[in-house]
Design a protein around this ligand. Sequence first.
Ligand code: ATP
Ligand code: FE
Length: 340
Amino acid sequence: SLILGLESSCDDTAAALVTGDRRILAQAVVGQNDAHRPYGGVVPEIAARAHVQILPDLIRHVLAEANTDIAEVDAIAATAGPGLIGGVMVGLLTGKGLALSAGKPLVAVNHLEGHALSPRLVDPDLDFPYLLLLVSGGHCQILEVLGVGDYRRVATTIDDAAGEAFDKAAKLLGLPYPGGPAIEQLAKEGDPGAVPLPRPLVGSGEPHFSFAGLKSAVQRAAASGDHSPADIAASFQQAVVDCLVDRARLALERSDAPTLVVAGGVAANQAIRSALQQLATGSGRRFSVPPGWLCTDNAAMIAWAGAERYERGMVDDLSVPARARWPLDPEAEKVRGAGV
Ligand code: ATP
Ligand code: FE
């Protein structure tokens, strides 16, 4: 099968053409960092308008690069949530229009399922079930991935997401948005043991996450003037690594899944990748992580999730809604508020 994927749920506009046998024929991402930088974060209205301007040309671009035509495509896969609703509507409506005019089926893809299945695009040996650490700008969860559309949430964050923690820490250090890559770069010049920072929830009996206290500690360290920004960045990154490893270790102990998988934007971080690789190997599990470009937002993962769904007959009606919130495991979501 040949699937066109569209992604517009945050501040990256992306289109890609991917086949069901794992060939990435074309993929392009246009970031909007310059447009949002003056505001220190993503402005939803600016993002939605930018998607409207960028997406049509990007679709033409990937079709031309793959030397193909919309008529050759088997299905259109578009992110239908979760994310900034204006942007999600731009991509989903573009997908619906293309599906309608070209007479192709539409697959409404959950952006988180895009992240969750992305490792299977590049790792043909990765079978279900696997234990997934999903670390992104809006999420920090551990999930058992049992199949396409079949997720059981094992853990989540009680406050900030991992990527959000990187972004907030970066802002406190005067680094540009997005903070993850900036912190990783600066951390290379610092000492990860220089600044004593907390490891929230490490050692606790359930594998949940918390990063708010770490952010406050970074704020105090930065305000004290006692430490260089590089030492704070390196120490912060090490604290996040320690939290992720400890929580993933507990989840692994409770799971018979043969493979530990990491995905989402934060999985682009080299220190995080190697620490989790070590954890997996030490626990006798396989380890799988997509290349960095496939961890941060892109449309190849949306096209791939679309291919996984299309080949199982999981296509959607054109009345499918855009959703700002759309948990992978709705059952786990019901007990939110009663703790985590
Ligand atoms: P979600 O997927 O939860 O809806 P999102 O799509 O906005 O959120 P992603 O694009 O998946 O998030 O990930 C972006 C996040 O990843 C940002 O918070 C960014 O700082 C972080 N990130 C990107 N690269 C790195 C890196 N090298 N190290 C640490 N964090 C990183
Ligand atoms: Fe994402």
